[in-house]
Design a protein around this ligand. Structure first.
Ligand SMILES: Cc1cc2nc3c(=O)[nH]c(=O)nc-3n(C[C@H](O)[C@H](O)[C@H](O)COP(=O)(O)O)c2cc1C
Length: 380
């Protein structure tokens, strides 16, 4: 089971709550968190692609570090972890992205991966004066966009790129990324059109589990994605978002969850988010979204890992058994809860055989040896 930490490039991370310990975005804390992750042997960090927040008393996600510049700085601060950036394909030109990602791949010595999203938050698109395409057309455009990016990543010669949306002449992009043929690509869409796109063209799918009560439902969803990818002659790796509340007793964990969701949750911001998400996406139907509202407040619709360290590791084992390859974690209070995770939960994942101990050889290996091995590992 691979692990990472997500969404801490945004104020409040993934938690729509007004509790004072929620994540306040600033660089010193960001640096502390990534350096803790890097030293712990967890595989990756993921920034959310977000340009504005959702209102409400918490001002949830109203303040966000831009994802590529964030990733480049994080890359320079770390030695081991794979650094992702999230890009909205309609808001960034593929050639610009080829140059930025190649730069980050060099900064990190091959520890970069790209998460591409089609975009769904209309208020963000309005800020750019950008057109929100009809739903399935977003993935047609994403395919053209990714073809262009791939060619810029790999073609050593000057080339023209001609498609419905792009008419580019004498394209030149050097240096190429360090990773060959190019950095791994992840996609985070869930609709049938997204599943088709992701299983044909991407290395990893970042999935929202539709059925979180019965893991059999989630197992079917994952098996279907893996089968689809194989039918297109490739393997896909499944990552999910989990939100974690780990306490000494199950009761303490559940009490704290109730406190930040039901006593201090920002239901207004969650309502704003879900209204737009429900209208603009086909990831989950509106009824399911409404029933998931508390999960969105607790951790942006992620899968709950709430309980003692032992219970959480048990649950991680079940996720591994149904085919989840990696979990990206969010907490209310990233710094303190990550520290507890590293001290109390990670060692148990090793004892349970879910993860190998972070080998001292890796720790002492040269920067280039470590990073090349690890980046490939994230997509495997
Ligand atoms: C786990 C996860 C993470 C996502 N991260 C982002 C993000 O950072 N920025 C964004 O605009 N959309 C994000 N999305 C939204 C998806 O990329 C996609 O736009 C949305 O699910 C709607 O697409 P669909 O109707 O094809 O499912 C995320 C979705 C999931 C499930």
């Amino acid at each position: 089971m691979k692990l990472g930490v997500m969404a801490f490039n945004c104020s409040h991370g993934s938690t729509i709550t007004t509790v004072p310990e929620a994540w306040t975005l600033n660089w010193p804390d960001t640096r502390d968190v990534v350096q803790m992750v890097d030293r712990s042997g967890m595989e990756t960090v993921l920034p959310v692609g977000r340009w504005r927040g959702y209102g409400g008393p918490s001002d949830f996600n109203n303040c966000t570090f831009e994802s590529f510049t964030w990733a480049s700085a994080i890359g320079a601060l770390t030695d081991y972890v794979t650094v992702l950036a999230t890009v909205h394909v309609p808001l960034a030109h593929p050639l610009m992205v080829a140059k930025m990602t190649s730069t980050i791949d060099h900064v990190t010595n091959g520890r970069f991966a790209l998460n591409i999203v089609g975009g769904w938050f209309k208020n963000e698109f309005d800020m750019f004066g950008a057109n929100m395409r009809p739903h399935d057309d977003r993935y047609k455009y994403a395919k053209e966009w990714l073809d262009f990016l791939r060619q810029a990543w790999t073609d050593e010669n000057e080339f023209d790129f001609e498609s419905e949306s792009f008419h580019a002449k004498n394209v030149w992009s050097q240096p190429k990324p360090i990773q060959k043929p190019h950095p791994p690509v992840m996609n985070a869409g869930g609709s049938p059109a997204a599943q088709d796109f992701t299983t044909r063209y991407c290395d990893m799918n970042f999935v929202i589990l539709k059925d979180r009560t019965f893991l059999e439902g989630a197992q079917k969803q994952i098996a279907q994605l893996k089968t689809m990818a194989r039918s297109h002659g490739r393997e896909t790796r499944i990552w999910i978002h989990v939100y974690v509340v780990c306490r000494e007793t199950e009761k303490e964990a559940k009490d704290y969850l109730n406190h930040y969701v039901y006593e201090k949750g920002d239901w207004e911001a969650a309502g704003n988010l879900l209204k737009i998400f429900g209208m603009q996406t086909e990831t989950l139907d509106v009824k399911t979204l409404e029933s998931h509202k508390a999960h969105f407040i607790a951790g942006h619709g992620g899968y709950p890992l709430v309980g003692t360290a032992e219970q959480i590791v048990d649950e991680l084992g079940k996720l591994a058994d149904i085919g989840v390859d990696g979990c990206l974690i969010s907490w209310v209070d990233y710094k303190n809860e990550l520290s507890q995770w590293i001290d109390e939960v990670l060692p148990l994942t090793e004892q349970a055989g879910l993860r190998k101990p972070f080998a001292p050889a890796q720790k002492s290996a040269s920067r280039s040896q470590r990073s090349r091995v690890d980046s490939a590992a994230m997509a495997k």
